[in-house]
Design a binder for this molecule. Structure first.
Ligand code: NAP
Length: 281
Protein backbone atom coordinates (compact mmCIF):
# COMPACT_ATOMS: atom_id res chain seq x y z
CA UNK A 1 0.00 0.00 0.00
CA UNK A 2 1.19 3.51 -0.80
CA UNK A 3 2.37 5.83 1.95
CA UNK A 4 -0.18 8.65 2.42
CA UNK A 5 1.61 12.00 2.46
CA UNK A 6 -0.70 14.02 4.68
CA UNK A 7 -0.38 17.78 4.64
CA UNK A 8 -1.04 18.36 8.32
CA UNK A 9 2.37 17.29 9.71
CA UNK A 10 4.14 19.53 7.17
CA UNK A 11 1.77 22.43 7.89
CA UNK A 12 2.19 21.99 11.67
CA UNK A 13 5.99 22.00 11.40
CA UNK A 14 5.88 25.27 9.42
CA UNK A 15 3.32 26.75 11.83
CA UNK A 16 5.43 25.96 14.93
CA UNK A 17 8.44 27.69 13.41
CA UNK A 18 6.34 30.71 12.42
CA UNK A 19 4.91 31.10 15.94
CA UNK A 20 8.48 31.61 17.22
CA UNK A 21 9.33 34.06 14.42
CA UNK A 22 6.07 35.97 14.93
CA UNK A 23 6.72 36.29 18.68
CA UNK A 24 10.18 37.59 17.97
CA UNK A 25 8.73 40.25 15.59
CA UNK A 26 6.16 41.26 18.20
CA UNK A 27 8.88 41.65 20.81
CA UNK A 28 10.37 44.27 18.47
CA UNK A 29 7.02 46.04 18.17
CA UNK A 30 6.16 44.64 14.70
CA UNK A 31 2.67 43.12 14.46
CA UNK A 32 2.62 41.00 11.26
CA UNK A 33 -0.59 41.49 9.27
CA UNK A 34 -2.17 40.01 6.14
CA UNK A 35 -4.82 41.69 3.99
CA UNK A 36 -7.20 39.39 2.14
CA UNK A 37 -9.22 40.84 -0.70
CA UNK A 38 -12.20 38.83 -1.90
CA UNK A 39 -14.61 39.99 -4.58
CA UNK A 40 -17.86 38.04 -4.56
CA UNK A 41 -19.01 34.99 -2.64
CA UNK A 42 -17.21 32.10 -4.34
CA UNK A 43 -17.49 29.15 -1.94
CA UNK A 44 -13.95 27.84 -2.47
CA UNK A 45 -12.55 31.36 -1.86
CA UNK A 46 -14.57 31.61 1.34
CA UNK A 47 -13.36 28.24 2.63
CA UNK A 48 -9.73 29.14 1.81
CA UNK A 49 -10.22 32.49 3.55
CA UNK A 50 -11.55 30.70 6.66
CA UNK A 51 -8.60 28.28 6.69
CA UNK A 52 -6.06 31.06 6.14
CA UNK A 53 -7.62 33.20 8.90
CA UNK A 54 -7.44 30.29 11.37
CA UNK A 55 -3.83 29.59 10.45
CA UNK A 56 -2.86 33.25 10.88
CA UNK A 57 -4.70 33.47 14.19
CA UNK A 58 -2.80 30.44 15.48
CA UNK A 59 0.51 32.03 14.54
CA UNK A 60 -0.39 35.50 15.80
CA UNK A 61 -0.72 37.25 12.43
CA UNK A 62 -3.45 39.90 12.22
CA UNK A 63 -5.88 39.50 9.32
CA UNK A 64 -7.70 42.38 7.70
CA UNK A 65 -10.46 41.27 5.33
CA UNK A 66 -11.67 43.38 2.43
CA UNK A 67 -14.84 41.84 1.02
CA UNK A 68 -16.42 43.52 -1.98
CA UNK A 69 -19.61 42.64 -3.86
CA UNK A 70 -19.24 40.66 -7.08
CA UNK A 71 -20.37 43.61 -9.20
CA UNK A 72 -17.71 46.00 -7.80
CA UNK A 73 -16.24 48.39 -10.34
CA UNK A 74 -12.57 48.49 -11.24
CA UNK A 75 -11.99 51.80 -9.38
CA UNK A 76 -13.32 50.37 -6.13
CA UNK A 77 -11.05 47.33 -6.35
CA UNK A 78 -7.98 49.41 -7.23
CA UNK A 79 -8.78 51.77 -4.33
CA UNK A 80 -8.59 48.83 -1.95
CA UNK A 81 -5.21 47.79 -3.38
CA UNK A 82 -4.01 51.39 -2.90
CA UNK A 83 -5.28 51.35 0.67
CA UNK A 84 -3.35 48.11 1.32
CA UNK A 85 -0.22 49.58 -0.30
CA UNK A 86 -0.42 52.68 1.89
CA UNK A 87 -1.15 50.89 5.15
CA UNK A 88 2.20 50.53 6.93
CA UNK A 89 0.65 48.00 9.31
CA UNK A 90 -0.05 45.51 6.50
CA UNK A 91 2.84 43.29 5.41
CA UNK A 92 1.23 40.85 2.99
CA UNK A 93 -1.74 40.69 0.63
CA UNK A 94 -3.74 37.88 -0.92
CA UNK A 95 -6.31 38.77 -3.59
CA UNK A 96 -8.57 35.90 -4.61
CA UNK A 97 -8.25 35.20 -8.31
CA UNK A 98 -9.38 34.91 -11.00
CA UNK A 99 -11.49 38.06 -11.07
CA UNK A 100 -14.39 38.18 -13.50
CA UNK A 101 -12.89 41.14 -15.30
CA UNK A 102 -9.42 40.23 -16.62
CA UNK A 103 -8.47 43.87 -17.19
CA UNK A 104 -9.20 44.73 -13.54
CA UNK A 105 -7.22 41.69 -12.40
CA UNK A 106 -4.24 42.76 -14.50
CA UNK A 107 -4.33 46.31 -13.16
CA UNK A 108 -4.67 45.13 -9.56
CA UNK A 109 -1.64 42.85 -10.07
CA UNK A 110 0.34 45.78 -11.53
CA UNK A 111 -0.67 48.10 -8.70
CA UNK A 112 0.14 45.95 -5.66
CA UNK A 113 3.52 46.73 -4.10
CA UNK A 114 5.78 43.74 -4.84
CA UNK A 115 6.99 43.66 -1.22
CA UNK A 116 3.40 43.01 -0.06
CA UNK A 117 2.74 40.34 -2.68
CA UNK A 118 2.21 37.12 -0.68
CA UNK A 119 0.89 34.97 -3.56
CA UNK A 120 2.86 35.87 -6.68
CA UNK A 121 0.41 38.34 -8.25
CA UNK A 122 3.02 40.79 -9.48
CA UNK A 123 5.39 40.44 -12.41
CA UNK A 124 8.30 41.07 -9.99
CA UNK A 125 7.39 37.94 -8.00
CA UNK A 126 6.85 35.92 -11.19
CA UNK A 127 10.23 37.00 -12.50
CA UNK A 128 11.79 35.74 -9.26
CA UNK A 129 10.25 32.31 -9.84
CA UNK A 130 11.26 32.14 -13.48
CA UNK A 131 14.79 33.51 -13.10
CA UNK A 132 15.41 31.50 -9.95
CA UNK A 133 16.33 34.63 -7.99
CA UNK A 134 15.12 35.51 -4.49
CA UNK A 135 12.81 38.29 -5.71
CA UNK A 136 9.35 37.97 -4.16
CA UNK A 137 7.52 34.79 -3.23
CA UNK A 138 6.27 31.93 -5.41
CA UNK A 139 2.54 31.16 -5.52
CA UNK A 140 1.59 29.55 -2.19
CA UNK A 141 0.23 26.35 -3.76
CA UNK A 142 3.32 25.78 -5.91
CA UNK A 143 5.52 26.27 -2.86
CA UNK A 144 3.26 23.98 -0.81
CA UNK A 145 4.07 21.14 -3.26
CA UNK A 146 7.78 21.74 -2.66
CA UNK A 147 7.33 21.94 1.11
CA UNK A 148 5.47 18.61 1.10
CA UNK A 149 8.18 16.88 -0.93
CA UNK A 150 10.85 18.25 1.40
CA UNK A 151 8.94 17.43 4.57
CA UNK A 152 8.67 13.78 3.52
CA UNK A 153 12.30 13.80 2.32
CA UNK A 154 11.32 12.81 -1.23
CA UNK A 155 14.40 13.28 -3.39
CA UNK A 156 13.81 15.15 -6.62
CA UNK A 157 17.30 16.25 -7.70
CA UNK A 158 18.10 14.32 -10.88
CA UNK A 159 14.65 12.69 -10.91
CA UNK A 160 12.12 12.79 -13.74
CA UNK A 161 9.06 14.80 -12.79
CA UNK A 162 5.90 15.02 -14.90
CA UNK A 163 3.90 18.15 -14.07
CA UNK A 164 0.38 18.04 -15.51
CA UNK A 165 -0.92 21.61 -15.89
CA UNK A 166 0.79 24.79 -17.07
CA UNK A 167 -1.09 27.52 -15.20
CA UNK A 168 0.79 30.48 -13.75
CA UNK A 169 -0.40 29.62 -10.25
CA UNK A 170 0.72 26.00 -10.12
CA UNK A 171 2.01 24.10 -13.16
CA UNK A 172 4.59 26.56 -14.48
CA UNK A 173 5.96 27.88 -11.17
CA UNK A 174 6.26 24.45 -9.56
CA UNK A 175 8.10 23.25 -12.69
CA UNK A 176 10.59 26.14 -12.38
CA UNK A 177 11.06 25.50 -8.67
CA UNK A 178 11.71 21.80 -9.26
CA UNK A 179 14.13 22.56 -12.09
CA UNK A 180 15.98 25.05 -9.91
CA UNK A 181 16.54 22.17 -7.50
CA UNK A 182 17.86 19.97 -10.31
CA UNK A 183 14.84 17.85 -11.24
CA UNK A 184 14.28 17.00 -14.90
CA UNK A 185 10.80 18.33 -15.58
CA UNK A 186 8.28 17.58 -18.32
CA UNK A 187 5.48 20.15 -18.35
CA UNK A 188 2.30 18.57 -19.72
CA UNK A 189 -1.03 20.12 -20.72
CA UNK A 190 -4.22 19.39 -22.61
CA UNK A 191 -2.43 19.10 -25.97
CA UNK A 192 0.31 16.77 -24.71
CA UNK A 193 0.47 13.51 -26.61
CA UNK A 194 1.12 10.17 -24.90
CA UNK A 195 0.43 11.69 -21.48
CA UNK A 196 -0.10 8.35 -19.67
CA UNK A 197 3.21 7.05 -21.00
CA UNK A 198 5.10 10.24 -20.00
CA UNK A 199 3.62 9.93 -16.51
CA UNK A 200 4.32 6.20 -16.18
CA UNK A 201 7.98 6.93 -16.87
CA UNK A 202 8.22 9.72 -14.28
CA UNK A 203 9.56 9.28 -10.75
CA UNK A 204 7.22 11.99 -9.47
CA UNK A 205 3.90 13.22 -10.86
CA UNK A 206 2.44 16.61 -9.91
CA UNK A 207 -1.21 16.72 -10.99
CA UNK A 208 -2.67 20.24 -11.24
CA UNK A 209 -5.46 19.84 -13.77
CA UNK A 210 -8.88 20.32 -12.21
CA UNK A 211 -10.44 17.01 -13.35
CA UNK A 212 -11.70 14.53 -10.79
CA UNK A 213 -9.76 11.24 -10.84
CA UNK A 214 -8.13 11.99 -14.22
CA UNK A 215 -4.78 10.41 -13.27
CA UNK A 216 -5.66 6.73 -13.04
CA UNK A 217 -3.76 3.44 -13.12
CA UNK A 218 -2.73 3.99 -16.75
CA UNK A 219 -0.54 6.91 -15.57
CA UNK A 220 1.07 5.08 -12.66
CA UNK A 221 3.96 2.75 -12.01
CA UNK A 222 5.46 1.24 -8.85
CA UNK A 223 7.90 3.40 -6.90
CA UNK A 224 6.36 6.71 -7.94
CA UNK A 225 5.40 9.63 -5.73
CA UNK A 226 2.24 11.53 -6.70
CA UNK A 227 1.37 15.04 -5.49
CA UNK A 228 -2.31 15.74 -6.14
CA UNK A 229 -3.02 19.47 -6.31
CA UNK A 230 -6.53 19.21 -7.79
CA UNK A 231 -9.60 20.22 -5.85
CA UNK A 232 -12.75 18.91 -7.49
CA UNK A 233 -16.20 17.70 -6.59
CA UNK A 234 -16.97 14.20 -7.89
CA UNK A 235 -20.28 12.83 -9.19
CA UNK A 236 -21.27 11.92 -5.61
CA UNK A 237 -20.74 15.51 -4.50
CA UNK A 238 -17.54 14.69 -2.57
CA UNK A 239 -14.33 16.69 -2.59
CA UNK A 240 -11.62 14.86 -4.51
CA UNK A 241 -8.35 15.41 -6.34
CA UNK A 242 -7.13 14.87 -9.91
CA UNK A 243 -5.79 11.45 -8.97
CA UNK A 244 -7.75 8.22 -8.71
CA UNK A 245 -6.77 7.65 -5.11
CA UNK A 246 -7.67 3.95 -4.87
CA UNK A 247 -5.65 3.18 -8.03
CA UNK A 248 -2.70 5.11 -6.55
CA UNK A 249 -2.93 3.38 -3.17
CA UNK A 250 -2.46 -0.01 -4.80
CA UNK A 251 0.34 0.92 -7.22
CA UNK A 252 2.62 3.82 -6.25
CA UNK A 253 5.08 4.41 -3.40
CA UNK A 254 3.40 7.52 -1.98
CA UNK A 255 0.48 9.83 -2.73
CA UNK A 256 -1.06 12.96 -1.20
CA UNK A 257 -4.74 12.78 -0.19
CA UNK A 258 -7.46 15.29 -1.17
CA UNK A 259 -8.62 16.82 1.09
CA UNK A 260 -5.80 16.93 3.62
CA UNK A 261 -2.80 17.06 1.31
CA UNK A 262 -1.38 20.07 -0.55
CA UNK A 263 -4.31 22.31 0.46
CA UNK A 264 -3.46 21.90 4.15
CA UNK A 265 0.06 23.22 3.54
CA UNK A 266 -0.93 26.19 1.35
CA UNK A 267 -2.20 28.41 4.18
CA UNK A 268 0.97 27.72 6.19
CA UNK A 269 3.03 28.89 3.21
CA UNK A 270 0.88 32.02 2.93
CA UNK A 271 1.58 32.80 6.60
CA UNK A 272 5.29 32.19 6.00
CA UNK A 273 5.33 34.81 3.25
CA UNK A 274 3.67 37.36 5.54
CA UNK A 275 6.19 36.73 8.33
CA UNK A 276 9.09 36.98 5.87
CA UNK A 277 7.78 40.32 4.56
CA UNK A 278 7.46 41.63 8.11
CA UNK A 279 11.01 40.45 8.88
CA UNK A 280 12.34 42.37 5.87
CA UNK A 281 11.16 45.71 7.27
P1 NAP B 1 -6.18 25.87 -14.65
O1 NAP B 1 -5.66 27.25 -14.71
O2 NAP B 1 -7.53 25.55 -15.18
O3 NAP B 1 -5.11 24.92 -15.39
C1 NAP B 1 -5.38 23.58 -15.60
C2 NAP B 1 -4.26 22.98 -16.42
O4 NAP B 1 -4.58 21.62 -16.65
C3 NAP B 1 -4.07 23.65 -17.79
O5 NAP B 1 -2.71 23.87 -18.05
C4 NAP B 1 -4.68 22.63 -18.75
O6 NAP B 1 -4.02 22.57 -20.01
C5 NAP B 1 -4.40 21.33 -18.02
N1 NAP B 1 -5.35 20.32 -18.47
C6 NAP B 1 -6.71 20.42 -18.53
N2 NAP B 1 -7.22 19.29 -19.05
C7 NAP B 1 -6.18 18.48 -19.33
C8 NAP B 1 -6.06 17.20 -19.90
N3 NAP B 1 -7.13 16.51 -20.31
N4 NAP B 1 -4.83 16.67 -20.04
C9 NAP B 1 -3.73 17.35 -19.65
N5 NAP B 1 -3.77 18.58 -19.10
C10 NAP B 1 -5.00 19.13 -18.95
O7 NAP B 1 -6.18 25.32 -13.13
P2 NAP B 1 -5.20 25.69 -11.91
O8 NAP B 1 -5.59 27.01 -11.34
O9 NAP B 1 -3.79 25.43 -12.28
O10 NAP B 1 -5.69 24.60 -10.85
C11 NAP B 1 -5.53 23.21 -11.10
C12 NAP B 1 -6.22 22.44 -9.99
O11 NAP B 1 -5.62 22.77 -8.73
C13 NAP B 1 -7.73 22.77 -9.81
O12 NAP B 1 -8.40 21.60 -9.43
C14 NAP B 1 -7.72 23.76 -8.66
O13 NAP B 1 -8.95 23.72 -7.95
C15 NAP B 1 -6.62 23.20 -7.81
N6 NAP B 1 -6.03 24.16 -6.87
C16 NAP B 1 -5.61 23.68 -5.67
C17 NAP B 1 -5.03 24.53 -4.75
C18 NAP B 1 -4.58 23.95 -3.43
O14 NAP B 1 -4.24 24.70 -2.51
N7 NAP B 1 -4.51 22.63 -3.32
C19 NAP B 1 -4.87 25.89 -5.04
C20 NAP B 1 -5.24 26.36 -6.31
C21 NAP B 1 -5.84 25.47 -7.21
P3 NAP B 1 -4.10 23.79 -21.09
O15 NAP B 1 -3.14 24.82 -20.59
O16 NAP B 1 -3.67 23.16 -22.36
O17 NAP B 1 -5.52 24.25 -21.09
Amino acid sequence: MAEILKGLPAASAITEELITRCNSLKSKGIMPALAMLRIGENQSDISYETGASKRCEKIGINVKKYILPKESKKEKILNVINEINNDKNIHGCLMFRPLEDKDTELEACRLLLPEKDSDCMTSESLSGVFTGSDTGYPPCTAQACMELLKHYKIEFAGKNVAVIGRSLVIGRPVSMMLMKENATVTICHSKTQNLPSICRNADIIIAAIGRAGFVDKNFMSPGQVIIDVGINVNSEGKLCGDVNFSDAEGIVRAVTPVPGGVGAVTTAVLAKHVIESAEKL
